[in-house]
Design a binder for this molecule. Structure first.
Ligand code: AMP
Length: 767
């Protein structure tokens, strides 16, 4: 066996000397594997006598590693056998990164150490050593896949449109991954400025400008594009970890699905050369993550950690903005109803894993058609979980859509905050008394949900029979609700094969399988009933459907899938008496508050108080009177402001796609003099056609029964232009410095119909 005390210093040795030395000692390889997995793999590859059976065990998991000597394959470790039996899929891994981010080096390092057949398809050299086209890369990738190889797509792939065709190469036997080399622009640019002899001839100072332009338009990949795994690397340590992870994936291995090292997907590009070359006193916040902490106490503003993969990736922190950017909410698939469930009965109740995995896959398959675009996720705490690997393999055999049913490694109580996976419903492997305790998932869920879950459960039932499930809506006071976005917990009770627990079936698997089937049917039906209370879910990547919509539930009130952190305005509108400090004015119809993150000297919100009137898209003719009242109240406040400061100009209107729930009218002065205005999207949401003037909305609703929604995402991504003279500016600070001095008249369109207050009159403008 391997002995810890045999550790010897290898890190200072030259690799070739280490290899020569190591092949004399199996133990030496194992120890090296612990500290230098890449070199150890190389040593094994070059040594016919030695191979490492389970390369996934490298990197700190020495105790599960077994050696095979002279080709005699005798793995002694049960876990190693399990993983070996599982059939690994081919992988298409798209490298995503600016020039000089290290894409080619990444591929080369993996390929040097990997026992899996990889091909690197590099657009810079694909045409007989010269740069080629995307179709050529696609063709070459398809051919390599046919030969059974896994493929690295070594091109920048910085836009979704650049990736979409490569994602289509995936299928039941091919997983598509993205490896994002999101290294500091500064590093890429300094590398590029120095490099010579680049295979695509992209080098020198001119290339730095290209990098900058590319970074300005970068779109980070999302799982909803069709990737089963995305690895974000933000520094060289992350890259090294990712190389080791991919290098350790043998032909039979698979990597777990999900986002690793995740960064806020809505955070756009880091700064490019503009920032890099800027004088130190200048700051540039365009499209960057806010650099200073944002105010407020919204639950949304939490620090997130990603789930850590078994490959030993370092957890990373990402900051979610407290002040959501308009129009961004529906851009991912976080609104799609998703059920996360643990394997039922296989832990404490000791149900046979093979049989249980058959039942899970059979039941998932049965419900797939009924679920629409909803998703099912089987969750376990550890990547080495046998049930996860069995289910993955069986689901793949049955060609079950891996985007709608997949496995996930993480804590079911922290899927969103630690894993970035939003699941609005989670299942609990409950006990028959529906009580907390007992360890495992049940204890964890009751613990995380707090007393609110216990009370809500007892309101509905006092016990549960094996084979049944109980849907419990989670009160909004539960931390699982407001931190994780879980709206329902479904308790499920499966069959028990453990003689030390109640109702043991004494190994009667005929009965046991039937009960387990019933339990999953009941669970999925319960989830279906929750999912069906939602009218429509925006298709992934679509902004046009706006934030997730609500539907009347059986009690006549609406259930909703807005993230709790986006409901602050709704909560104030529904219960203004509980928000005395914020409320400036309240009536039966509306509530007036100061915007918590004002984007100008004066910025008010007039909130409608009708339940279910979430956004402009919900407005109909019957709301006309309310719209007029909101406008009148907005005007009254406007006049007050003008009385205090006659230099102000004020505009009243709605965002086409709001970020926050509950219809609200913005009353905003046109100085835009505010530190809270940080993003291009902020600016464009108030100065492009995305902003719908209240007067126009009233007219349209009066004439056509509804308002026009200009929800084109391009409006929010447009270049920054002064709202008065229309001059273009490279970033927010420059724009702000310009608008603080610009005295040009407002565009003619804005001066019509009372869109601006006070009314600006030019002789050439229609009254
Ligand atoms: P919209 O994009 O039209 O939904 O705008 C929502 C507005 O609500 C933004 O201007 C935010 O600054 C503002 N806001 C966000 N959270 C709060 C809050 N808790 N109280 C008051 N205003 C808020």
């Amino acid at each position: 066996m391997l002995k810890e005390k045999s550790i010897f210093p290898v890190t200072n040795q030259r690799p070739e000397r280490v290899l020569t030395f190591l092949i004399t000692s199996i133990e030496g390889i194992c120890l090296l594997a612990r500290y230098q997995p890449t070199i150890a793999l190389e040593a094994c590859k070059n040594t016919p006598r030695i191979s490492i059976i389970n390369k996934q065990c490298l990197g700190g998991k020495l105790k599960t590693m077994e050696m095979d000597i002279d080709g005699a394959s005798k793995p002694k470790d049960e876990k190693a056998c399990e993983q070996e039996k599982e059939k690994g899929k081919q992988i298409v891994a798209l490298l995503v990164g600016a020039p000089a981010s290290g894409k080619s080096t990444f591929c080369e390092n993996v390929m040097r150490a990997s026992s899996r057949p990889w091909v690197r398809i590099c657009q810079d050299t694909i045409n007989n050593g010269k740069a080629g086209s995307k179709p050529l890369c696609l063709k070459s990738a398809a051919a390599s896949l046919k030969e059974g190889k896994s493929v690295f797509i070594d091109r920048c792939n910085l836009g979704k449109d650049q990736r979409v065709d490569f994602v289509k190469l995936g299928g039941s036997e091919v997983e598509v991954h993205a490896v994002v080399l999101d290294l500091p622009a500064k590093l890429c640019i300094s590398r590029i400025a120095k490099r010579t002899g680049h295979e695509g001839n992209l080098q020198g100072g001119k290339a730095a400008a290209v990098v900058n332009r590319m970074l300005q338009n970068k779109e980070l990949p999302k799982l909803s594009e069709g990737f089963s795994r995305i690895t974000f690397c933000r520094n060289e340590t992350d890259v090294e970890t990712a190389v080791n992870t991919y290098a350790a994936v043998g032909p039979l291995d698979t990597l777990s699905h999900g986002c690793f090292g995740q960064k806020d997907p809505s955070a756009k590009t880091q700064l490019g050369i503009l920032k890099f070359l800027k004088r130190p006193h200048e700051t540039d916040t365009q499209d960057s993550v806010p650099s200073q902490p944002t105010e407020g106490n919204s639950q949304c503003g939490k620090t997130q950690e990603t789930v850590s993969s078994s490959s030993g990736m370092a957890n990373q922190k990402i900051k979610v903005s407290e002040d959501p950017v308009p129009g961004s909410i529906s851009q991912d698939d976080s609104d799609v109803p998703t059920l996360a469930f643990p394997s039922i009965s296989t832990a404490d109740f000791q149900f046979n894993l093979e049989k249980a995995s058959d039942i899970i896959v059979q039941k998932v398959e049965e419900f797939m058609d009924k679920l629409g675009n909803a998703k099912l996720v089987l969750v376990d705490l550890t990547e080495r979980s046998k049930i996860l690997s069995l289910v993955r393999a069986k689901a793949a055999e049955k060609n079950i859509d891996s985007k709608r049913f997949f496995t996930f490694v993480g804590d079911i109580c922290q899927l969103y905050t630690k894993g970035g996976l939003r699941c609005n419903v989670i299942a609990n492997a409950a006990n028959w008394r529906l009580k907390p305790g007992g360890g495992g998932v049940n204890a964890a869920i009751f613990n995380a949900a707090g007393a609110a879950l216990e009370a809500a459960t007892m309101d509905r039932a006092k016990s549960l029979h094996p084979g049944n499930a109980l849907v419990v809506p989670l009160p909004s006071t539960s931390p699982l609700y407001y931190k994780e976005g879980v709206t329902h917990v479904i308790h499920v009770l499966g069959p028990n094969m453990n003689p030390n627990r109640p109702n043991c079936l004494d190994n009667d698997y005929i009965k046991g399988c039937k009960v387990l089937e019933d339990a999953y049917s009941s669970l999925f039906k319960g989830f279906l009933s929750v999912a069906n209370t939602q009218v429509s879910f925006p298709s992934s990547g679509s902004i046009s459907s706006g934030p997730s919509k609500l539907k009347e539930d059986t009690s006549g009130t609406k259930t909703n899938s807005w993230a709790p952190c986006l409901q602050a305005l709704y909560n104030i509108a529904m219960q203004p008496e509980k928000h005395n400090k914020q409320v400036l004015e309240a009536s039966d119809d509306l509530v007036v508050i100061n915007d918590m993150y004002p984007k100008a000297k004066r910025h008010l919100l007039v909130l409608a108080r009708i339940k279910g009137l979430d956004c402009l898209a919900d407005v109909r003719k019957e709301h006309l009177h309310l719209l007029k009242t909101m406008h009148e109240v907005g005007l009254r406040w406007t006049n007050k402001f003008l009385g205090e400061d006659a230099s102000l100009v004020i505009r009243l209107g709605y965002h086409s796609i709001p970020s926050m729930r509950q219809l609200h009218l913005h009353v905003i002065s046109q100085d835009f003099d505010s530190k809270c205005l940080k993003h291009k999207k902020h600016w464009n949401s108030f100065t492009t056609a995305f902003f719908r003037d209240s007067v126009d909305v009233i007219e349209e609703v009066n004439n056509h029964g509804k308002a026009t929604i200009l929800d084109d995402n391009k409006l929010l991504s447009m270049e920054l232009r002064c709202h008065r003279c229309r001059s273009a500016h490279p970033n927010i600070p420059r724009l702000k410095s310009h608008i603080s001095n610009c005295q040009d008249p407002f565009p003619a369109e804005l001066q019509k119909k009372g869109r601006l207050v006070p009314v600006h009159t030019n002789s050439d403008i229609d009254p």
